[in-house]
Design a binder for this molecule. Structure first.
Ligand code: SF4
Length: 320
């Protein structure tokens, strides 16, 4: 209630400083008081690949300098084995990060392994351009629990302009085929979220997005449609110098571990170049890294809104 009032002040530029004080000294202490530390990450992201077949206009992919690759199955298995020892406490395992997960031909096998090891909830975010009927059958069969589709247009013109390199007709056909195949299989998973990202090139089409997608999904079994807010990828895009000072404690170091395809652990998915490295699961266990001195120091720094030593976080708009 109070935070809604504080956020509303943000709309009026003259009252913005007041709103920021409210966020920093009222809302942030409340959020901080709710942070609970477990000795194992409640959510783990495993990047199966950082390769992508699209050039979406809001993505800082042109600034990607780290190598491209796919996670080896043996490393994936090592990670899953450890997570499975803590499976009751791990709410969700993401099998993707900064790339298109369906480009990984081993993904269905990786999903199946995770499910065989008792991982509760497996999840990917995909552009669905590679979700051909055979891939649909494979991920359904493997036991994927849920996926989100990034779909940022409502026709050839808006979609192809926003998600460059992809084709509206092909992706939309893939989606229709997926829902048909899932229904024929008699399964209720994977559940699907179709996501739209309103921006300059497509924001006039939000109603059209709902009209287009609603007939496809099955809300009774948990499918949904959603709008997503643009963010600046830790300063990777949209940084116009007007960020202001941080007012929020980022909760990532309490809730998520992010493992890149080569085993490096970074603070979050926005660090697309793998700059803020905390460890490597090839050398240490997930539990050791999660409880290491560097992670502990980061949590203390974040509580005090000290982001200056973290080049990605220092430019991130999620703490403003
Ligand atoms: S501050 Fe931003 S970049 Fe840093 S961990 Fe949080 S969300 Fe990621």
């Amino acid at each position: 209630m109070l935070i809604d009032y504080i956020k509303r002040l943000q709309k009026y530029s003259a009252l913005r400083p007041l709103s920021n004080l409210g966020k920093k000294y009222v809302y942030n202490p409340y959020l901080r008081s709710r942070l609970a530390l477990s000795d194992f990450p409640p959510e783990v992201w495993i990047e199966n690949t950082d390769v992508c077949n699209a050039r979406c206009i809001m993505c800082p992919r042109q600034n990607l300098t780290r190598q491209l690759g796919f996670m080896k199955f043996s490393l994936f298995e090592k990670i899953i084995r450890e997570i499975s020892e803590h499976k009751k406490r791990v709410k969700r395992v993401h099998l993707h990060n900064y790339g298109e997960p369906l480009l990984d031909k081993e993904l269905p096998r990786k999903i199946k392994l995770a499910k065989d090891f008792g991982i509760k909830h497996t999840y990917i975010v995909t552009n669905a351009s590679m979700l051909a009927p055979e891939m649909s059958r494979q991920i359904i069969e493997a036991g994927l629990d849920e996926f989100k589709v990034s779909f940022y247009g409502t026709d050839t013109e808006t979609y192809n302009k926003t998600m460059q390199g992809l084709d509206f007709e092909r992706t939309f056909r893939n989606l229709k085929d997926f829902f048909r195949i899932r229904q024929e299989s008699g399964r209720k998973t994977p559940k699907v979220i179709i996501q739209y990202l309103p921006m300059e090139s497509n924001k006039a089409r939000v109603d059209e997005f709902y009209r287009l997608m609603k007939p496809l999904i099955d809300e009774k079994i948990g499918d949904s449609l959603g709008l997503f807010d643009l963010h600046n990828y830790g300063g990777g895009v949209l940084t116009d110098g007007t960020l202001g000072s941080p007012v929020y404690t980022c909760n990532y170091p309490w809730r998520t571990m992010m493992i890149l395809y080569d085993g490096q652990v970074v603070l979050c998915c926005l660090d697309f170049n793998g700059v803020q490295v905390v460890g490597n699961v090839k050398n240490n266990s997930i539990k050791e890294i999660w409880n290491c001195g560097q992670f502990r120091k980061t949590r203390e720094d974040f509580k005090k809104l000290r982001y200056a030593d973290y080049p990605v976080c220092a430019k991130c708009d999620r703490t403003r």
